[in-house]
Design a protein around this ligand. Structure first.
Ligand code: 6PG
Length: 249
């Protein structure tokens, strides 16, 4: 594995998506164990899309299940599509099928974004749920998992849609013109409150965006939302494969 430091974190270049997934699973276990030891519970916001699926499957495998006190884990989402939970586009459904349905969890540990509701209402109710979970403290997830699109979006923060200075909203329901639909997403403010952000990016399709995102010049910043993810009191870790890193030079 090659790696290098970036402001506020590091980039690790692994051979392929399988290696990224194994590293992500190991990081998940390590951060979970530390959070549970220190605070008695672990809060994680799961990434959507397809890249994290193998990580979730690993975490639900016989190799990993014994390594985490699952009854102390609370699952949230970084973003969700505005669809019902049974829709094959649902980020909840992907995580449930790959992992949650195979873990010894209670309903109270799964904090689903309600994609089936009116978007603004769903965002408001999720914000309320976050404030209740964090019980008036700063909503600081122990771990936020993210992916990155070919256009540099992350979660459902798409180019041109990020309100950088918004410190009031923890959750937003932006209209995404690219898909002609609303999405639900944690805001940049919430992402940057995290203790640890882990971004998984694999495949040659991500190479151009990754190069621009990691070259930390501030111009076009909001056009590449993934570049804005940098926890204020936390770390960011990019787990990328050689194909996605092919333009890093
Ligand atoms: C979503 C995701 C999104 C995703 C990227 C990468 O709801 O689609 O949250 O931000 O992480 O688009 O998606 P892939 O992992 O499928 O490349």
């Amino acid at each position: 594995m090659e790696g290098f430091k970036i402001p506020g974190g590091s980039v690790e270049i692994w051979e392929d998506p399988t290696e990224i997934s194994r590293r992500a699973a190991e990081m998940f276990v390590g951060i979970a164990r530390e959070a549970i030891a220190e605070r008695g519970r672990f809060s994680v916001a799961l990434a959507g899309g397809s890249t994290p699926r193998l990580t979730y499957e690993l975490l639900a495998s016989e190799e990993y299940v014994p390594r985490v006190e699952w009854d102390k884990v609370h699952f949230f989402w970084s973003d969700e599509r505005c669809v019902p939970p049974g829709d094959d586009q649902s980020n909840y459904l992907m995580a449930a099928e790959a992992m949650l349905n195979h873990l010894p969890l209670e309903e109270r540990q799964i904090h689903r974004m309600r994609g089936e509701d009116e978007p603004a209402d769903a965002a408001a109710s999720y914000q309320k749920e976050l404030l209740e979970y964090f019980a008036g403290e700063e909503p600081r997830f122990d771990l936020i998992m993210l992916g990155m699109g070919d256009d540099g979006h992350t979660a459902s923060l798409f180019p041109g849609s990020v309100v950088e200075g918004d410190r009031e909203h923890l959750v937003a329901a932006p209209f995404v013109t690219k898909f002609d639909t609303h999405r639900l997403t944690l805001t940049l403010f919430t992402l940057n409150l995290a203790g640890q952000v882990m971004v998984l990016a694999a495949g040659a399709g991500k190479a151009s965006a990754l190069k621009q995102v990691l070259h930390d010049n501030r111009d076009r910043a909001d056009e590449l939302p993934a570049r804005l993810v940098r926890p204020v009191n936390g770390e960011r870790l990019w787990l990328v494969d050689e194909a996605a890193a092919s333009e890093l030079g």
